[in-house]
Design a protein around this ligand. Structure first.
Ligand SMILES: [Mg+2]
Length: 242
């Protein structure tokens, strides 16, 4: 049936949220920010997040590198909190190095990849920065499982654009109908796969309610469910609610 299985990376195979928070906490501690009077970690996080998101969204239009995004985000955060922001450049560099070398697999990811490896062509389609995605997979010794990585800043297209899915299918030498794409995002992964005519498996670990307008071929709450479907060769598609 399927000849290739493609995965989203962040919060599907790797715990992005954990890595991001952990790398930032370690960077902040490395530069001894907690020793500054009035420094509060929770405030730092809550101010940083929306600032960083805005720079990240605008980065293509404003032609910003990831280094620029991080530098501006740290600078604006520290300035807004009334702290000395001259440390922003080195703080951004430390954070990025730590993040690129971090790897926290989602529960069941290692076992799943081990079971599928050698039986399917495998790849990643990720919206992100190649240096980070490749570095994190290498840190976790997971990179060898994949024939190809399709990362938006390298491919020049991003999910849900159809082109990044078409590039993956063409490179893997399979037909669209022979590919399963697994991801946790309805916005990027579901719509992208649907637009490209690829079967989508919605990884929904928090069991979020699925609006009836979404009709993924499969929905799983743990990665081990995918192993079961493969082992039993029971690819029984969800019947959409009507
Ligand atoms: Mg994701």
């Amino acid at each position: 049936m399927y000849k290739a299985i493609l995965f989203d990376l962040d919060n599907t195979l790797l715990d992005y949220d954990f890595s991001e928070r952990d790398a930032m906490q370690r960077a902040v501690e490395h530069h001894r920010l907690p020793e500054i009077a009035n420094f509060e970690w929770d405030s730092f996080r809550s101010v940083f997040a929306p600032i960083n998101w805005t720079y990240w969204i605008e980065r293509v239009q404003r032609n910003l590198t990831i280094g620029d995004v991080l530098y501006h985000s740290f600078r604006d955060t520290l300035e807004q909190l009334g702290h000395d922001y001259r440390i922003s450049s080195t703080l951004a560099k430390t954070y990025w190095e730590l993040f690129c070398a971090s790897c926290h697999p989602m529960e069941g990811a290692n076992e799943l990849l081990g079971k599928l490896h050698g039986r399917y062509r495998m790849g990643i389609i990720s919206n992100g920065i190649g240096e980070a995605q490749r570095g994190r997979l290498k840190t976790g010794a997971l990179d060898h499982y994949f024939d190809h990585l399709f990362i938006s800043d390298e491919v020049g297209y991003y999910k849900p654009q159809r082109e990044i899915f078409d590039t993956a299918v063409r490179t893997l030498g399979v037909d669209h109908t022979e590919v399963l794409f697994v991801g946790d995002s309805l916005q990027d992964d579901y719509h992208g796969a649907a637009g490209a005519g690829i079967d989508f498996c919605y990884y929904n670990p928090l069991a979020k309610r699925l609006d009836e307008s979404f009709m993924p071929a499969y929905m799983i709450h743990s990665l081990s469910e995918l192993i079961q479907m493969d082992v039993q060769n029971q690819w029984i598609k969800r019947v959409p609610l009507t």
